[in-house]
Design a protein around this ligand. Sequence first.
Ligand code: ZN
Ligand code: CU
Length: 490
Amino acid sequence: MSPDSKQTDLLIRNATLIDGTGAPARSGGLAVRDDRIVALGDLDGWQGAKDIDAGGKVLAPGFIDVHTHDDRALIANPTMDCKVSQGVTTVVTGNCGVSLAPLAIDRRPPPPLDLISEKPEGFFADFAGYLDFLDKEPPATNALAQVGHSSLRAGTLDSLDRPATGDEVATMRHRLEQSLEAGAIGLSTGLFYPPAMAAPTEEVIELAKALHQARALHTTHMRDEADHVIDSLGETFRIGREAQVPVVISHHKCAGQANYGRSVETLALIDATRGQQHIGLDVYPYVAGSTMLDSGRLMGASKVLVTWSVPHPDATGRDLKDIAADWGVDVEEAVSRLTPAGGIFFMMDEADVQRILAYPHSMIGSDGLPHDSHPHPRLWGTFPRVLGHYSRDLQLFSLEEAVRKMTGLPASEFGLSDRGRLAVGAAADLVLFDPDEVIDAATFEAPKTPARGILEVWVNGRSVWRDGATTGARPGRALRLQSLTLPSAA
Ligand code: ZN
Ligand code: CU
């Protein structure tokens, strides 16, 4: 086919086009050749080997899940059903300080690293090896991979309850630089978690300077999302400023009843500081979080559900209070008997969640944990829930705005210049959905339920999800830092 021929691989006609920029929806069609969009709008004279009548349903850019723990899911479940069933076509991995590479380890990894692999052989000693593996055994979705600070620490320090020495920082920085060269897109921290709690701000700044040199970015699960959330925002801004890197605040929230309502304060501070430096943020659409279960760290939760437990697999899916009552012990004692374990924590205020979702600079990230036996429903429900529940049913924002928060905005924050929008020449990552039907179906009781209303999903021009099932195709690509244009620090 000559490039200007009107004969092509795939035509999608009679759609409602939402282009990812926030612009109003319009009627039209779209043509795909190989992995690119080659025409948009009026398809007069075009002929396709495959010709789909969309019946007026919405065609949008594929969604970008900016906050995932899919590092090993891309390998273990390469058809990525939990994500493509939601219309997600690109995932960002290595969040919260936890990444599969670079880490050589010979024992069960310390929590929360065990959330992505309980087995030491699941990890990759070098980042290039991890990305090469994804090239050879591609998943259904595209992936952008970060280096986790806690993974660097676990591979460098003999004990994690202290700051790294100068030599150890140098070793970690060298491994980070090698990873960035291989294509890692940035460094995440999880200063909230035991493997990184003892790391002073200066340790992170020293590492983040390597990000500045490579034009990469920094994301963070902050040290404190509860009583000291303002201090933690200050620490995050300082790291961005001193290392001169763009920062992304992960799963922004105000945790614990005492902090309900404080997103008014945090968003005002983020907004005021955005004038001086680049700050992004993501959020998931639920009042409950999920992570490792840990004594003394129940985050002011009003209710806790067990998502997995090594010594007590039968506790999975149960309420922690009921387990403690059955055993005739207090909650703290129940936690220590259950660990290593994971939990779902009901610890947020619905008004805060809505305020953060509606903030124009916030992106959508699922934070799903793909290896949990009874996962938080966000793993299967996040994107349809924003579209169906928060946009259509509650009218928190328009459908165009909902789509922008999951496409155009994350594409610009993560430097994906040819994804995240419908445009001639852009990659053909697409989702066709029914705007009246789309809704999450995953619940806290039945979390592994695919969403409704996602009709078909294409990654790099190939169909990966159709009529409620995966097609088995795996056209995803491991995208490298060198192909991105990330925002600058200021
Ligand atoms: Zn986190
Ligand atoms: Cu996370």
